[in-house]
Structures are given as structure tokens and as C-alpha cells.
Design a protein around this ligand. Structure first.
Ligand SMILES: *[C@@H]1O[C@H](CO)[C@@H](O)[C@H](O)[C@H]1NC(C)=O
Ligand SMILES: *[C@@H]1O[C@H](CO)[C@@H](O)[C@H](O)[C@H]1NC(C)=O
Ligand SMILES: *[C@@H]1O[C@H](CO)[C@@H](O)[C@H](O)[C@H]1NC(C)=O
Ligand SMILES: *[C@@H]1O[C@H](CO)[C@@H](O)[C@H](O)[C@H]1NC(C)=O
Length: 225
């Protein structure tokens, strides 16, 4: 069976490092080569080959938290077709004044993506573009006011750790974003790869209500919103 190849993009807004790093390592650890190396050929059979793209307006380094400089690997204009895009969380003021090229990119790419993920205030970035209008979504629960201001037409949910509405997956905080990506790994590729990816990171995910779960019980079904 041919190995599935997926293109996974990270939008380099000036975000919180963990919003990017946590999900990236969870997803990266189900990459075919990694699974084959650490988990063996049998487990690797279902693991996709993953190409990562780190995308910004220009190729200039983007300052993330802690003074960490992230080097984009492609630009908004040159980025190839993507299957998945993740937007981490910048300062809410950045989302409120989202640069036009970022806005256009998110709106345009949302049409062809298999899923758009946001973690923490990345939900405000997506909301600012209108792609979450009339949809259920969440963002860090302490930011309900900013949510209503930036995305007045979004059906905000302040209960769940993450919300799935069609192709739009929005998580509350940075670690909720890790939980959400772990859940995506499970529903897309199964419990064995969920276990593999989370165990490699010594990471114990929580379910959609914030309750810790054991690796092999998994995180459950997608909750209807
Ligand atoms: C997966 O996890 C292992 C062990 O923690 C690490 O060495 C490797 O770099 C990770 N792979 C990816 C693609 O993130
Ligand atoms: C929201 O952000 C605050 C402050 O950074 C943090 O303490 C809290 O855990 C976050 N909550 C959620 C649900 O994301
Ligand atoms: C989970 O993964 C770890 C290492 O990746 C492995 O040692 C363990 O046997 C796995 N557990 C199950 C129940 O598959
Ligand atoms: C969020 O969604 C859950 C699950 O559908 C629901 O029980 C809860 O009432 C919703 N909360 C809000 C504030 O909409």
C-alpha cells in the first residue's frame, strides 16, 4: 500500500511557541519515517509521510515568545497546496488588526484544506477573517469578550476544551491545542498511533472536557456542537 503524503502548514503569526511546538511534535511523531524508526514497519504501515511548511509574509524570521526566532520555509504567496493548516495564538491585538495578506491566505486556503486548526488566540485570527462565521468555535475561555468583538457572528462555545465544526478545529489554550491534535491523530489514524505519538513525548492528553485519559482508551468520539 502506498504511503499517504500530507502537506501540513503552520502559519507564523507572532505566536506563543507552545501553540506551534506542541501540536507540531504530536503530528510529527506520526510521520512515516519516525514511526518506522521507533515503532517498526508494522505500525508504520498506516502512518502518513508529512511535509511541514512554516509560512509567513516574507522569509524573514518571525519573533515568537521567549525571543525565539522562527525561520519561515515558504511565503504566503509561494506556499504549495496544503491539506492542513494550524494557526497558533498571537496577542489578541494582532488578530484584531490582522494583516490583509494573512487574512486573504486564510480565507482562500480554507476552501481547499481538509482541516484548519487553531490553538488559543489563533481562534481570534481565524474569526477575524470570517471563516468561522455561523460556526461553533472556541478560543482561550478567558477571552470571551475579545471573541465576541472580533468574531461577532461566531457561535462561541465556552465549555469545551476544543470544538470541531466541519473542517474547523478550534482549541481553547495551548495545551488544549495539543489535546485537540492528539484527538485528530486518533480519529484520523487510530489509537495505536495516538499511543505512539503521545508516549514518545511522555504526554498524557486530556479529553474534550479536560479530563485526563489513558492512552489506549483514547479521547472518544468527536462531540457534536
Ligand atoms: C518524534 O519523537 C522522537 C522522540 O521524542 C524525536 O526524536 C523525533 O524527533 C520526533 N519526530 C518528529 C518528526 O517530531
Ligand atoms: C487561558 O489563558 C489563561 C491566561 O494565560 C490561562 O491561565 C488559562 O489556563 C487559559 N485557559 C484556557 C481554557 O485556555
Ligand atoms: C504505546 O507505545 C509505547 C511506545 O511508543 C509502547 O512501548 C507501548 O507498548 C504502547 N502501548 C500499547 C498499549 O500499544
Ligand atoms: C458547548 O458545546 C457543548 C456540547 O455540545 C454543550 O453542551 C455546551 O452547552 C456548549 N456551550 C456553550 C456555551 O454553547
Amino acid at each position: 500500500m502506498a504511503v499517504e503524503t500530507i502537506n501540513f502548514g503552520f502559519l507564523l503569526v507572532p505566536l506563543q511557541l507552545l501553540d506551534l511546538a506542541g501540536p507540531m511534535d504530536i503530528v510529527g511523531n506520526i510521520s512515516h519515517d519516525t514511526v518506522e524508526k521507533y515503532g517498526g514497519k508494522e505500525l508504520a504501515k498506516t502512518a502518513p509521510q508529512i511535509n511541514f511548511f512554516h509560512i509567513a509574509s516574507t522569509l524573514d524570521p518571525v519573533p515568537l515568545t521567549g525571543g525565539f526566532l522562527a525561520k519561515p520555509t515558504t511565503t504566503l504567496a509561494d506556499c504549495p497546496q496544503l491539506d492542513y493548516l494550524l494557526i497558533g495564538g498571537p496577542d489578541p491585538a494582532y488578530a484584531a488588526n490582522l494583516p490583509q495578506d494573512m487574512r486573504d491566505f486564510i480565507v482562500e486556503r480554507s476552501k481547499s484544506l481538509k482541516a484548519l486548526f487553531t490553538t488559543c488566540t489563533g481562534g481570534l485570527v481565524a474569526a477575524a477573517t470570517g471563516v468561522l462565521d455561523e460556526r461553533s468555535a472556541t478560543v482561550n475561555h478567558t477571552l470571551s469578550e475579545a471573541g465576541r468583538e472580533i468574531g461577532p457572528k461566531v457561535r462561541w462555545n465556552w465549555t469545551l476544551n476544543w470544538v470541531v465544526d466541519g473542517k474547523f478545529w478550534t482549541a481553547a489554550g495551548a495545551v488544549a491545542g495539543m489535546d485537540m491534535l492528539a484527538h485528530w491523530v486518533e480519529v484520523s489514524y487510530g489509537k495505536d498511533l495516538l499511543n505512539f505519538s503521545t508516549m514518545l513525548l511522555e504526554y498524557q492528553p486530556r479529553d474534550v472536557n479536560g479530563k485526563p485519559v489513558s492512552y489506549m482508551n483514547g479521547l472518544g468520539d468527536i462531540v457534536e456542537v
